[in-house]
Design a binder for this molecule. Structure first.
Ligand code: DQA
Length: 150
């Protein structure tokens, strides 16, 4: 793969801008910037650049996914609560066709029943959930290993 394509995008959905103070017993005390820095370092170690965006707005997130189609080799996505109902986001990911790894800090399958369904999972390579900030690192590594193995 050409060097210019060695770029992945880490996307965060609603309320993830509040990490650090948001329900620390569930999500920990690291900020979004802390998680992004760790994820970028993991990508760099594997020879990739990582950009990151966060939005609380579903339409904006869909726009970012559409835009990513021609600019990135793949996506790592924590869609927050959009994970559980936003079929328009599912359709956007399917339309763009980029490899995507779904990540969550917590393990939604072990939480309230409404968190058990993911509309992202059917269009993702796989999911990393339940490892706190390590979920982002593992997700980035899994995506890049996938890209390099093609
Ligand atoms: C989350 C899990 C979702 O259920 C929740 O709505 C979030 C965060 C996680 O990273 O654990 O906002 O995606």
């Amino acid at each position: 793969m050409a060097a210019t394509h060695k770029r992945v995008l880490l996307l965060h959905g609603p309320n993830l801008n509040l990490l650090g103070t948001r329900e620390p017993a569930i999500y920990g005390t690291a900020t979004l910037a802390d998680h992004v820095a760790r994820a970028a370092s993991a990508a760099r170690d594997l020879g990739y650049d990582l950009d990151s965006e966060q939005t609380n707005d579903l339409g904006t997130l869909i726009g970012l996914v559409q835009h990513a189609g021609t600019r990135y080799a793949g996506l790592v996505l924590n869609a927050g609560a959009f994970t559980h109902f936003a079929w328009s986001l599912h359709d956007a990911l399917k339309s763009v066709g980029l490899p995507v790894v779904e990540v969550h800090l917590s393990n939604p399958a072990a939480r309230e029943p409404w968190r058990h369904e993911s509309v992202i999972a059917p269009v993702a390579l796989g999911t990393v959930a339940g490892f706190g900030g390590e979920s982002y690192v593992l997700g980035v590594q899994a995506l890049i290993k996938h890209l390099e193995s093609r």
